[in-house]
Design a protein around this ligand. Structure first.
Ligand SMILES: [Zn+2]
Length: 508
């Protein structure tokens, strides 16, 4: 039966990266960031500064540009990385998505915006549960395309439930909009009759975060190789590094190849890329700078104005991986060593920010850090400070992963602590954008040392100020330490690199 009405395409999503060692994420975390149902998804996606990450806006823009369509907003829940999601909220979201998707039938295609490293307090593969549910509802013949973060931990169920699997290819993540647009192209092709085939290989390597950059290194080489081997038959190559701290049985560096028709072509290419990763397995071990060495470097650049300034990444306390953004190890060491001309941000401490607002600009007081946050790394610390600036924390991201996004950091304060200017925030985010210092009137270009609570996304925001040779990744305690041997894993597949000796890869 020929039907010339525009295709009806359902949009839905669940996007959070979960660290099993961090406190749970609640419904309130999603409501505070992005929780949308129905047409509100399209409204937010079409705003100049949406609250959601750019995959869905990229998808919507590319669908709009490529012909008529009828978007059907279902539900989209997205928030900052955190601990496992309270299961009751995930169950509620799944019910809402199911009810709305059934009501929307018939649909001609589905787009899912997913992170892929979600957890709930009861389920280690909620992304797979969602994909499977969407497939059950629309049936086997309706095309489904999903976009995923390259930190996704990939299950058979995820790959088996959808038609096209599209992972980010850049870390820091600067291609989210392009991957959303790629999903739109894939959906148009499938509406035209293409029935894609996928291949999927997981390696016994759980790459520590700092070994997963895409500018250079073993992971970058796998991605580049895959892209160079694209042919007209191959629709997408996704190399997913995964997120170690989810601690699931589906963890591991994964290659997913989608072919337009030929499963064997997908399998052959996936195998070649996996072989390259395996050949480079010795390079998936992290190398970090000790705290003592970091202090010495900061003192040295503080004394020598001709030396290039340095950025110190507190990779173990990265809110972008579920860290609390409030450990004091670097602050304390730099303060006690009298490091000069340093910026440090962004430090999550709503109590301290509120106190600074009560005292006002110019006030001196004894700051008590971490008076209420309680993880074993969030130690209490006291130091004399001066309030030098206050804001409400509303800003628009300027550069990197947050560029163009509307952000609410809550009441913020810039505090002078010895030679360090510290930016304190009230809503936990990763220090990935220079705007977090600039909105306080601070000049990054004049700092000799800049400490960022970020694992890698700061590279996309602060590249105007610091080249790769000016970056120091510091080895500190924390919920997101790349030193994976320091954690007690319960679900990771073993034996696995970099935790075990004599790891073998059983080829498929
Ligand atoms: Zn990611």
């Amino acid at each position: 039966m020929p039907d010339h009405s525009p295709p009806r395409v359902a949009l839905l999503g669940f996007s959070i990266e979960c660290n099993k060692f961090a406190p749970p994420a609640t419904k309130a975390h999603f409501l505070a960031r992005t929780y949308l149902e129905g047409d509100a998804i399209l409204e937010d996606a079409r705003l100049p500064t949406p609250t959601m990450l750019p995959e869905t806006p990229g998808f919507v823009t590319a669908m709009d540009a490529s012909g008529p369509w009828t978007p059907v907003g279902i539900a989209l829940a997205m928030t900052e990385p955190n601990g496992p999601v309270e299961h009751a909220f995930f169950a509620e979201l799944l019910d809402t998505i199911s009810r709305r998707l059934r009501t929307a039938l018939p649909v001609d295609a589905v787009y899912i915006c997913s992170h892929g490293a979600g957890l709930t307090t009861e389920e280690d593969d909620p992304d797979g549960v969602l994909f499977e549910r969407a497939r059950e509802i629309v049936g086997p013949n309706v095309p489904i395309a999903a976009t995923l973060d390259l930190h996704a931990n990939v299950s058979e169920r995820m790959v088996g439930s959808i038609d096209v699997f599209i992972g980010y290819r850049t870390n820091p993540h600067l291609d989210m909009r392009e991957r959303g647009a790629e999903a739109a192209v894939a959906i148009r092709e499938m509406l035209g009759g293409v029935k894609p085939q996928r291949a999927f290989i997981r390696l016994p390597i759980v790459p520590p975060t700092v070994t997963m950059l895409t500018a250079a290194g073993p992971y970058a080489e796998m991605i580049d190789f895959g892209q160079h081997r694209m042919t007209p038959e191959i629709m997408n190559v996704s190399v997913m590094g995964g997120f170690a701290f989810a601690d699931t049985a589906k963890n591991g560096l994964t290659v997913v190849v989608t072919a337009r028709h030929n499963r064997r072509a997908a399998e052959a290419l996936a195998r070649e890329i996996a072989e390259l990763g395996w050949a480079n397995r010795e390079r998936f071990y992290p190398r970090l700078t000790s705290l003592d060495e970091a202090v010495a470097k900061a003192l040295a650049v503080g004394r020598d104005p001709s030396a290039p300034a340095l950025v110190f990444a507190d990779v173990a306390d990265n809110p972008g991986g579920g860290g609390r953004g409030n450990t004091t190890f670097l602050l304390r060491a730099f303060y006690e060593a009298r490091v000069l001309a340093a910026l440090l941000g962004v430090f999550y401490d709503p109590d301290l920010a509120a106190e600074a607002h009560r005292h006002g600009v110019g006030a001196h007081f004894e700051a008590r850090f971490n008076r209420s946050e309680t993880t074993r790394f969030s130690e209490a610390y006291t130091a004399p400070v001066t309030v030098i600036a206050l804001t409400d924390g509303n800003c628009v991201g300027r550069r990197g992963i947050y560029a163009g996004l509307r952000l609410e950091l809550g009441p913020c304060a810039a505090l002078q602590v010895g030679g360090i200017t510290l930016v304190v925030i009230s809503h936990r985010v990763q220090c990935a954008d220079p705007i977090f210092f600039e909105m306080m009137g601070l000049d990054i270009g004049r700092a000799r040392s800049v400490v960022v609570k970020s694992r890698g996304h700061f590279r996309g925001g602060f590249d105007e100020f610091f080249g790769p040779e000016q970056i120091v990744e510091v080895d500190l305690p924390g919920l997101t330490s790349p030193m994976l041997t320091r954690f007690e894993w319960t679900c990771l597949p073993r034996p696995v690199i970099p935790l075990d000796a004599d790891v073998e890869w059983v080829r498929p």
